[in-house]
Design a binder for this molecule. Structure first.
Ligand code: PMP
Ligand code: GLN
Length: 413
């Protein structure tokens, strides 16, 4: 490797292994422990028996039926014509779309603003491209009712102070992992105005775009005036159709941004599997027809997850963990400040409290979660180490098992 990369703590490997070693009830890593909908499974089965072409290479930048329907689907949402063969790139998950975007658009010494908490791969990916990350945190303001991810906001002044002539891009993630925040149009407008004023790109990670609750609406920053030309919008078939193991995603942007992303894709993955692309295309074609109707999976999935969110929130509350109600996404964070556990035996020097708590909960109680401080830059990690993240995209039986563990534990507190 030509670049010296700092040795990093890889929370995912560590905590996923810990959960497996202790056969813990796993509310840690974000994936559904239920099957994808029947229509998408059938689409894959049909694709697999659809002749030799389905087992051979397809177009390098995306299987034609998939790029066509992605362009049509998202063109309707952003209110503009999207060119399927110029503006869309199919990638190995949203992860590779992020990687291509950073490698393609960031040059040595460029600054990239990350909004904390952020999906933790952003920082190493920016650094691998030679960029420097600059951090700005969402902070909770006093709300009147139940704590909600909507209480977590950016200070417009602090955000503005991070933009300078070296700033190349800002990365946003809505709905946010791990917080569940769904940015409102006014909040996106503040970011968009700064991007336009400073000629800065926006990399918008929207993998949880269909998952919003309580009437919150996902808004694409690319649809705001002046933003189409400067936004790379990233999506995930894994999150869209509850099939995270398919590892298929996409980047959508205007041609001039896309040219370089395609070069990185060519030089790394080259192209994605044909049959899964065909199946995802069929899934989107179905959803295009059913959009906005009760039969649409994009209506049914959030309705199902809404119930799971309520269930998890009530059992966390009963165990003395204060949940922050997510407006969207797969996850709920909870405040562990008031739990009465002596962690002194478990703690390693310099370890944030949430890391120690998550290890204790997995080993001693058999419940796996994720520490929220892993979604912060090293300089802000301690400040936000009183939260842990729970994934609620799980079978009711898994959530019941977690509830049992939390109930028994709260009786002994
Ligand atoms: N962005 C966010 C915010 C995520 O939580 C994830 C995790 N799945 C990804 C990107 C990567 O998505 P994929 O599995 O499609 O690579
Ligand atoms: N996005 C998922 C999560 O946040 C998976 C992360 C991963 O596998 N690195 O849990």
């Amino acid at each position: 490797m030509s670049r010296q990369l700092q040795a990093r703590r890889t929370a995912w490997l560590e905590f996923t292994q810990l959960a497996a070693d202790h056969r813990a009830v796993n509310l840690g890593q974000g994936f559904p422990d239920f099957s994808p909908p029947t229509f998408i499974q059938e689409a894959l089965r049909e694709a697999l028996s659809g002749g030799y072409q389905m087992h051979q290479y397809t177009r390098v930048f995306g299987h034609p039926p998939l790029v066509r329907i992605l362009a049509k689907f998202f063109g309707r949402i952003v209110g503009r014509e999207i060119d399927p063969f110029e503006d869309v790139l199919v990638t190995a998950g949203a992860y590779q779309a992020l990687f291509c975007a950073f490698q393609a658009l960031i040059e040595e010494g460029d600054e990239v603003i990350l909004v904390e908490p952020f999906f933790d791969c952003y920082q190493p990916m920016v650094e691998l491209a030679g960029g420097k990350t600059v951090h700005v945190s969402l902070r909770p303001v006093e709300g009147s009712g139940v704590p909600s991810s909507g209480d977590w906001v950016l200070s417009p002044e602090e955000l503005a102070s991070k933009f300078n002539p070296r700033t190349k891009a800002i990365v946003i993630n809505t709905p946010n992992n791990p917080l569940g925040k769904v940015y409102k149009t006014e909040e996106l407008q503040v970011i968009a105005d700064l991007c336009v004023r400073h000629d800065v790109l926006c990399i918008s990670d929207e993998v949880y775009e269909w998952l919003t609750y309580d009437g919150n609406k996902h808004v694409k920053i690319a649809s705001l005036p002046g933003m189409w030309e400067r936004t790379v919008t990233i999506g995930s078939a894994g999150k869209t159709f509850s099939a995270t193991g398919w590892k298929l995603g996409w980047a959508i942007s205007s041609v001039h941004n896309m040219k370089n992303l395609k070069i990185i894709h060519l030089g790394s993955v080259y192209q994605c599997p044909t049959a899964t692309q065909e199946a995802v295309a069929r899934g989107f074609e179905r959803e295009y027809e059913l959009f906005g109707t009760p039969e649409s999976y994009f209506q049914q999935l959030p309705a199902m997850l809404h119930q799971k969110r309520e269930k998890l929130a009530s059992c966390l509350g009963a165990a003395g963990l204060q949940p922050v109600m997510p407006e969207g996404g797969y996850f709920m964070i909870a405040d562990i400040s008031s739990v009465k556990v002596d962690l002194s035996d478990q703690s390693t020097e310099d370890e944030p409290k949430d890391f120690t708590f998550v290890k204790w909960l997995t080993k001693e109680k058999g419940l796996a979660t994720m520490p929220v401080s892993t979604f912060y830059s090293p300089e802000h990690r301690r400040e936000f180490s009183q939260y842990v993240r729970f994934c609620f995209v799980k079978e009711d039986s898994t959530l019941n098992a977690a509830e049992d563990i939390l109930r028994k534990w709260s009786q002994t507190q």
